[in-house]
Design a protein around this ligand. Sequence first.
Ligand code: PHE
Length: 390
Amino acid sequence: RARMVAVEQSRFITGADGNNVTPYIANLIGRNLHKKDAHPLGIIKAKIENYFAKLPGDTKFDIVDNLDPLVNAQECFDDLLIPTDHPGRKPSDTYYVSRPGGREVSSATDTLLRTHTSAHQSTLMRSGKEAFLCTGDVYRRDEIDATHFPVFHQMEGVKLFDPALVGGTMSRDEWLASDGCKLVAADLKKTLEGLVDELFGPVEKQWRDDFFPFTEPSFELDIFYNGDWMEVLGCGVIHSGVLSNCGLSNRHGWAFGLGLERLAMVLFTIPDIRLFWSDDQRFLSQFKAGQINTFQSYSKFPPCLKDIAFWLPEGFEPNDFFELGRGVCGELVEKIELVDEFTNAKKGKTSHCYRITYRSMERSLTNEEINVMQEQLREQAATKLKVELR
Ligand code: PHE
């Protein structure tokens, strides 16, 4: 991975004009958390994809989850009718890889880390896709707290409708007032209501009018969960201007975008967004593909490891040793595991080596205090359990 990181970094920290990608951010690119099936983000992604695969009707949603997060301003903003003075285009909000001219108005060829998966809408529709779910990591310069991290994951959903059903050449106003537009919006709402029921169980929902430059009309879906209203996603009927930019002026459809972290934090009760990036087995081992379970929090403080090896007395029971460990070390012991076992045939004796993980839930432990504790454990194992220390 070190090599990969170096390669990734050289791709994104180019020294080009306007580059504001830091090594810390470049290092996070390519982790593909949404593609890990036993990771909360991968589990939620798969749940949503399954829901769409099982919907009645013959729309087949293509799964797209491997697109490069490096896009240009045309894809991320221009194609989506995002105005040139939109705050999302500012280098204060967005990671540019190259932005010649620095603070001047951005040009279509400026390259950047996508700020939303909507950056792929037009490209995918131009390539002929009629319905798709596109997932990826997105990048935003933002505040720092338990629910904000500069990289998070979104899923974009798009469905185009049969032109025989909702087509015809119309002005923008005629389209917005038409039955076709109402049909698309109703299908969108019904589909997304079904999705949140699938994820959260039957929940109270509330639609609110919203605004995105690339959908018209636009909505936000809120649900009442754990005693609070929570925003789940943004969506809308695809703006006719977006479609005509793609050469699809006779077509209509809907689009939505949702954040996977927000859903996963609530569904798995994960308290801090940084945990998604953890390589710690205490985090990763808690999740299984296809399963939503409650996350058990664990200490953030470092462990202190000590080994103890001894010859077993007649009738030795490991549980007696574990009990002794609990008695001597109290809640400072997190784990005791057997790491080595062998029998000396000549002596007719068996040896066990146990690794003790000391860790406090509240503070960093010092090696000195743990040495004292470990010495007590050794003494008591010898006197009370009659083991022969090695
Ligand atoms: N891209 C929007 C966001 O990041 C969400 C969205 C997607 C809204 C598709 C409408 C349609 O907030």
